[in-house]
Design a binder for this molecule. Structure first.
Ligand code: IPM
Ligand code: MG
Length: 351
């Protein structure tokens, strides 16, 4: 069980350190090796996804990632931006299926900006296609036309790309409440009409799953109006980027949300849904729970270690019940802890 650890930028190194401690505490035989990705990689090598990292990531069974990016690298040309490293590793490892759960822990009900009755008990899973769509479509660029600059990108999906993410989504729905909502913009975009047609075709393989469709603008509205109507949502790369940020905020605590990006053989990259938070980097106050929960997803999806995954998730629930909170989820009457202390109490809860 080889794990490539990519701490990345900003708070990345602090939060991955805690997730690594948790993995080590399980007493399993993990081989872990660290490498560079993102801004730190650009500084050291000029490439946000350097060759040494590519080699390690390809050889590993799973990748644990902190976060990449920060203002320091904002002015760099596009190919050298830290985000390019993230997009590069997703594409290189063929991680087409991005699973982003949005779960509201009862202890954190007050963290949401929505009324408690709207979000209490929220548990939805957004499945975002991650290696296609307008993110990677060709042609793209900015050209001169009739004496002015014209910017263009291409939204493109082949039916095989839609089918493989569709199967992941239907199978995930089968393991949950058997309801799948596919999100598109078929009233305007041909590419997403094909998306809808293919979803309807593969639904025949899953008679036990109830498939519905929603236009993306309505989905954005329904997510804040009545989010509990959803079980599993599946959508393309760009709509998924936007809707998953929206869904994460329903829980009010983006510092709690893990994610998994999988290929077709359960190799995966696991990272918190939040970013590198450069404003609090190095202060020891970042919330490591999303990264710890990402490690739990790794145990479940790549290594098939369901019992160990549940063990880690229960430890996280336990420390919340015990009242431990990092600053981002702190409320009066709870105990404020830093990154490392949060790791300590999770380790204690595991024991
Ligand atoms: C995400 C991020 C990335 C994306 C950026 C950093 C390239 O927003 O993982 O959602 O757009 O996919
Ligand atoms: Mg995003």
């Amino acid at each position: 069980m080889k794990i490539c650890v990519l701490p990345g930028d900003g708070i990345g190194p602090e939060i991955t350190a805690e997730a690594v401690r948790v993995l080590k505490a399980l007493g399993l035989k993990f081989e872990m090796e660290e490498a560079l990705l993102g801004g730190g990689a650009v500084d050291a090598t000029g490439n946000p996804y350097p060759e040494a990292t590519q080699k390690l990531a390809r050889e590993a069974d799973a990748v644990l990632l902190g976060a990449v990016g920060g203002p320091k690298w904002d002015a760099l040309p596009r190919e050298q931006r830290p985000e390019r490293g993230l997009l590069g590793i997703r594409k290189d490892l063929n991680l087409f299926a991005n699973l982003r759960p949005a779960i509201l822990y009862p202890e954190l009900a007050n963290a949401s900006t929505l009324k408690p009755e709207v979000v209490a008990g929220l548990d939805i899973l957004i499945i975002r296609e991650l290696t296609g769509d307008i993110y990677f479509g060709q042609p793209r660029g900015v050209r001169e036309e009739n004496g002015e600059r014209v910017g263009f990108n291409t939204m493109v999906y082949s039916e095989s790309e839609i089918r493989r993410i569709g199967h992941v989504a239907f199978q995930a729905a089968q393991k949950r409440n058997k309801r799948l909502c596919s999100v598109d913009k078929m009233n305007v975009l041909e590419c997403t009409q094909l998306w809808r047609d293919v979803m309807i075709e593969i639904a025949h393989d899953y008679p036990d799953v109830e498939l519905s469709h929603m236009l993306v603008d309505n989905a954005a509205m329904q997510l804040v109006k009545a989010p509990k109507q959803f079980d599993v949502m599946v959508t393309g790369n760009m709509f998924g980027d936007i809707l998953s940020d929206e869904a994460s905020m329903l829980t009010g605590s983006i510092g709690m949300l893990p994610s998994a990006s999988l290929d077709d053989k359960n190799k995966g990259l696991y990272e918190p849904s939040h970013g590198s938070a450069p404003d609090i980097a190095g202060k020891g106050i970042a919330n490591p729970l999303a990264t710890i929960l990402s490690a739990a997803m790794m145990l479940r999806y790549t290594f098939g270690l369901e019992a160990e995954a549940l063990r880690v998730e229960s430890a996280v629930k336990k420390v919340l019940a015990q009242g431990y909170r990092t600053g981002d989820i702190y409320e009066r009457g709870t105990s404020k802890v830093g990154t490392k202390e949060m790791g300590d109490v999770v380790l204690a809860a595991l024991a």
